[in-house]
Design a protein around this ligand. Structure first.
Ligand code: PBG
Length: 322
């Protein structure tokens, strides 16, 4: 035998030398859930060790993330029921929880890259990502509100807006709206290939944002489709996306790779709440080594082609990277 692949696996030193993919703390986006109140933190039942935080504790958390070397957060707010309606009016409130949180973070840690979720579901009395008329999620009216919502976040100081709604044409509408307000430096992280996935379940618990009727299949993608992801990604790039995202991550590694091969802008992947919950639950049962599972999955997502990973494991990963 003249060719012995095991030579490259024989010691830790050699294995590290020839390792193809390495995670870095620069890769991570940290999602944060913000709730009303003060000095308040509540563990999300289906996301053990992950919390909804009041604004003051969020600022504290962001300072801690910064000290650990994490540089990007993605904000989601839990909206009180009495502020929800069909039009997402509260989403545009300059004194809304999202807008206040953006300002507070940028004041406390100005160099933290702040990204914000742009979608109506947390604000919607129907729990849908757009405006509802006759049980239909209407596209163009929703896009108008989403563009205003993006401007509102950018005016509050968001560095990137992250539309997660999957309405058609929203990236172009948001870019135009930002330009019209001279917000030339605000970036767009587009949830371009977002699938209608069961893995968002725990997130909807976290924000109390489950759809009140029907499902999200008329706007989020069919998990069976691959070419459609490439189409969505190309459209978003044409409309002005700065980063495109595939979501969820683990069940869609093939899509991440195809997108990575097809585009020349950064590709992100979102390891979603259900992916987090699966690891936590199996580890709790003693069926998986939690830390090894986390790192193996995150490495796989990066190997598949993700330049950027939104993950609830970011802090753990920093700790494990040492
Ligand atoms: C809603 C939104 C969802 C997530 C991010 N933004 C849920 C959904 O589409 O129902 C999911 C994130 C996660 O599960 O971690 N616009």
């Amino acid at each position: 035998m003249l060719i012995r692949p095991r030579i490259l696996r024989q010691s830790e030193a050699v294995r590290r030398l020839v390792q193809e993919t390495s995670l870095s703390l620069d890769d991570f986006i940290v999602p944060l859930f913000i709730d009303e109140g003060e000095n308040y933190r509540e563990e999300i039942a289906s996301m053990p060790d992950y919390y909804r935080l009041s604004l003051d504790l969020t600022v504290k958390e962001v300072k801690e993330l910064w000290a650990m070397g994490l540089r990007t957060v993605l904000l989601f707010v839990k909206v009180s029921d009495h502020l929800k309606d069909n039009l997402g009016k509260e989403a545009l409130n300059t004194e809304g929880l999202m807008q206040r949180t953006i300002r507070a973070i940028k004041e406390a840690v100005p160099d933290m890259c702040v990204m914000t979720d742009v979608a109506l579901d947390p604000y919607s009395s129907y729990g849908h990502d757009g405006i509802v008329e006759n049980f239909e999620i209407v596209n163009d009216k929703s896009v108008e509100v989403l563009a205003q919502m993006a401007v509102s976040h950018a005016l509050a100081g968001a560095d990137f807006v992250a539309p997660s709604d999957m309405m058609d044409g929203r990236i172009g509408a948001i870019r135009r709206a930002l330009e019209a307000e001279n917000l030339h430096n605000t970036g767009i992280l587009a949830y371009s290939a977002k699938y209608a996935s069961c893995f968002y379940g725990p997130f909807r618990d976290a924000l109390d944002s489950a759809p009140g009727f029907g499902d999200k299949k008329t706007y989020q993608m069919n998990p069976a489709n691959r070419l459609e992801a490439l189409r969505e990604v190309q459209l978003d790039i044409t409309e002005g996306a700065d980063i495109v995202m595939v979501k969820p991550a683990l069940s869609y590694l093939d899509v991440i790779r195809e997108v990575k091969n097809a585009v020349h802008i950064p590709v992100a992947a979102y390891q979603v709440s259900g992916e987090y919950a699966m690891v936590k639950a199996a580890a709790k049962m003693g069926w998986l080594d939690e830390d090894r599972a986390k790192m193996e999955i995150l490495t796989s997502i990066k190997r598949a082609g993700a330049d950027v990973i939104a993950t609830y494991f970011a802090k753990d990963a920093v700790r494990l990277l040492g």
